[in-house]
Structure formats: C-alpha cells, structure tokens
Ligand binder design. Structure first.
Ligand code: SF4
Ligand code: SF4
Length: 439
C-alpha cells in the first residue's frame, strides 16, 4: 500500500490554514512546510510525480510530531499524522531504513530481556560518564543526528528495569472479582520503575488479581517511524499474551501504549483473522486514567502538605489519541488537600514525541520552552502527566528552566508517593523532602 491510496483524503484540504494556529512546529518555525497544509501539499506532489522520493524529503516527512493537533483544528478533520505515517512507510520502502532502526526494531524491541540488558549497558555508560568520551569521539551520532546534544535530556538511567525487580506473573489483589493484566510499556519498564511500582500497588487495591505481563514493546515507535511490518509483528506477539482470555481488563499506565493497543485492529486488514482478535483485545484495554475506581481508591496514609498544588499536562496519546482529558483532572481534583491548577495550552505537545529530540533537538526544545513558560504561569508544585516520554522531556524542561516544579506520573500522585516515587530524572524531584507527609 502506498500513499496514492490516500489521494482523495489529501484532496479534502481546502488550504484554509486553520491548522496553523494549532501546530507546535509551525508556531515555532513559521514555515509552511511544517504545518498540515504544507505537509499535505508535499504528499500530493509526491503522488502526482512532481516530486521525487529522495533523501531531500526526509526532513519534512520526519519533523512532524504526529501530535494530531492539526486534525482537531481542521473542519474536515484530515488525519494528517496518519497520512504522514503512511508516507514514512513508503519512504522507507523507496529510500531505505537506517541501520540503527533495524537494530532497534528487529533485534531489541521484540525482546524485553535484550532491551533490559541494553538499557543496563547504556545506564552504565551514562552513569560512569563513558558516554562523554563517546560523545567526544563523535560516536553517539549513530543513534540520531542530534543525539550528542539530546543525550542530556535523560539525566541518569536506572541500572535495573522494573521487570528485573518485579518478575512477570500474577499477584493477589484486594478487589473482589476483577482480573487485571498489567501491560508494561518500555519507558515505564526501563526508566520509570518507581511510577510502575506505584501503579502496581494501585491496581492491587482494585483487582482480585494483577498480572505483570511479559509483553514486548507495543509497537508504537516502529509505527511512528513508518515501519508498519515491525509494528504488526510486535502487535502479533503481544496479542498472544493479551488475548488468552485470562484477563477482564488490560491496563497500562503509559498513555502512548494504551492509545496504540487500542489501535491494534487498524494494523491488520479486515480479511485477516488477526483483525477480529485485535478488535476483541483492544476493547478490553484501558489507560490507567480511565479507571474511575482510582478516584475513590484508598491511598496510603499520606496527605499533601498544606498548600500543595498540581497541574496536568495532557499527553497527545491521551487527549487526542484516546479522548481522555476530563478523567485525569477528576482524579487530581479528588485528592483531598491537593489544589488543582489548570495549565494553559495543557494539550499542546511537549516536544518529547517519543525519540523526536534525537533527530530534531532544536525544534523539540522550542516546543518544550513554550510548555515551560506555561508551567511557570501556574506556579504549581507538581506537574503531573501519564506518559514516560513526556515525563522525561518535561523533567528536562524543568531542569533547563531552573523550576522547582516536580514532574510526576499520575500514579505516584494518587498513591501519595511523590516523595519517594517522583521521577528521578528531574533535578527537582531527586532532592529534598517530598511534598506528601505521612500522618
Ligand atoms: S485546517 Fe485542514 S483543510 Fe485547512 S489547511 Fe489545514 S489541513 Fe487543510
Ligand atoms: S501532527 Fe502536530 S506537528 Fe504534525 S502537522 Fe499536525 S499539528 Fe503539526
């Protein structure tokens, strides 16, 4: 399948330009090539043969955040990010895949154990400053054009993954009947272990059993890169675990994973038997944000410090990917003693967009700086969200802007564990007493 099948959809663009106000890339650069209208014109030119599939089109195809904000601002709701992904897929076919992506998508993401070992090796290099030597030698560029600069986004890497400590398998919970499968996203597994632990504790309060799944990557990174075959293979592999009938619900605390697990049916043609299976599985997937039970869950004996305030950043895959925006706010507003403050432009992408900064550091920083200016306006103590990529990027922004705000996963806040469980990648989080005090 090539993008010529998207031609009619592309022709729906009336070139009105309404998408300009919503596009973080256009608002940063002012370049028409960065906004949906310009991107659609590019795709049209490719289909009509007025433009060749060459390396020159890599930049406009790959500098889109795939945040989906343009679609929300477009009267005909043109799904530009989906069309861009299809174009990336055709680009890979016609121009080729990069070796680093072959290694990542074919050899690492399908195998959690290999990923853990690699993460451990990277952590060792980073925490012992070997990566500084590699940077000086120019070796880091193999991971992405801007990797040498983007390397500082993650301040420190944990040596052990969540599933190194918490082995996959079933655990008893305090609930009456619900059998929960806990899907572990790569980011939560290898970087946000403390938040994953908080989530596990919360799920055990709700479920009769909670099973930490031995799943592999959900496939979203491969999909956004345009490697649809790999995304399909990863989905196929996960579906063998998710679809064995042992669970009433599959929950994940990564909004990006949740959004993509719900899209599994789209990866298989309707005449493929896996399409039906994917449909049944995706119907049982829930983002942690959707568990209304969390609003009333009995948290540990901890209360927020007097005057503690929180604001919330909407991950693109929660707000536009799944339509979840009221839910996290309701959860936060229901935490006694916690003052909720709305973040201006809360649903704007933070610039994290997976590994976007590795190849587009400057653009990603511009988008992040805008987010940080808005965070400053709230003056909130906690900046809460539900996607590990956002947590990493927002924590970087907080460090760069010298803010005292702590960046937290929502499960850490619900569990009242921000003192110990706040992202260890924010300088603000790593030091000092926690905002919650035990009573
Ligand atoms: S808002 Fe939609 S129709 Fe208007 S220019 Fe943008 S993509 Fe085209
Ligand atoms: S998906 Fe986001 S970055 Fe890409 S064109 Fe649309 S608004 Fe701009």
């Amino acid at each position: 399948m090539g993008i010529s099948e998207d031609y009619d959809e592309i022709l729906h663009c009336s070139r009105c330009g309404f998408c300009q106000t919503a596009c973080p890339i256009f608002r940063s650069t002012g370049h028409e090539s960065g906004v949906a209208r310009g991107r659609l014109a590019l795709l049209r030119a490719l289909i009509e043969g007025r433009l060749e599939w060459t390396k020159e089109i890599e930049e406009p195809l790959f500098d889109c955040l795939l945040c989906g904000a343009c679609t929300s601002n477009c009267f005909t709701a043109i799904p530009t990010s989906n069309l861009i992904v299809n174009a990336r897929a055709e680009y890979l076919e016609k121009v080729g895949r990069k070796p680093i992506h072959r290694l990542l998508f074919d050899q690492l993401l399908p195998y959690p154990r290999r990923l853990h070992l690699t993460a451990r090796a990277v952590a060792l290099g980073k925490n012992t400053k070997i990566s500084d030597v590699a940077r000086a030698l120019g070796l880091l560029k193999i991971f992405g054009r801007d990797f040498p600069r983007a390397d500082e986004i993650v301040e420190r890497l944990p040596a052990r993954a969540f599933r190194d400590e918490t082995k996959p398998g079933s655990r008893r919970g305090e609930g009456n009947s619900l059998r929960i499968g806990f899907f572990i996203g790569c980011g939560m597994d290898i970087i946000q272990q403390n938040a994953a632990n908080a989530t596990l504790g919360l799920l055990q309060k709700i479920g009769k059993t909670v099973t930490v799944l031995d799943n592999c990557c959900c496939g979203l990174p491969a999909f956004t890169y345009g490697d649809l075959n790999v995304a399909q293979k990863l989905a196929d592999k996960n579906m063998r675990i998710l679809g064995d009938g042992k669970f009433d619900v599959i929950v994940t605390d990564c909004s990006s994973c949740a959004s993509f697990l719900k899209k599994y049916p789209d990866l298989f043609p309707e005449n493929d038997s896996r399409h039906k299976k994917a449909k049944a599985i995706s119907a049982g997937v829930k983002d942690l944000l959707e568990l209304v039970e969390l609003v009333s869950v009995k948290t540990p004996p901890a209360v927020p410090k007097a005057g503690l305030s929180a604001t919330y950043h909407d991950p693109c895959h929660a707000v536009r990917g799944q339509g979840l925006s009221k839910e996290p706010r309701e959860i936060l507003k229901n935490i006694p003693g916690l003052e909720y403050r709305e973040l201006p432009e809360a649903d704007w992408c933070c610039g994290g967009a997976g590994s976007y900064a590795l190849s587009h550091y400057d653009l990603s920083r511009q988008v992040l700086d805008r987010k940080m200016e808005n965070v400053k306006k709230t003056g909130a103590d906690l900046l809460v969200t539900s996607c590990p990529a956002c947590i990493i990027h927002l924590s970087y922004g907080v460090r760069k802007h010298g803010l005292k705000t702590r960046v937290c996963h929502i499960s850490e806040v619900i569990a009242g564990r921000t003192a110990n469980y706040c992202s260890s990648f924010s300088g603000a989080c790593a030091s000092g007493a926690g905002p919650f005090t035990a009573t």
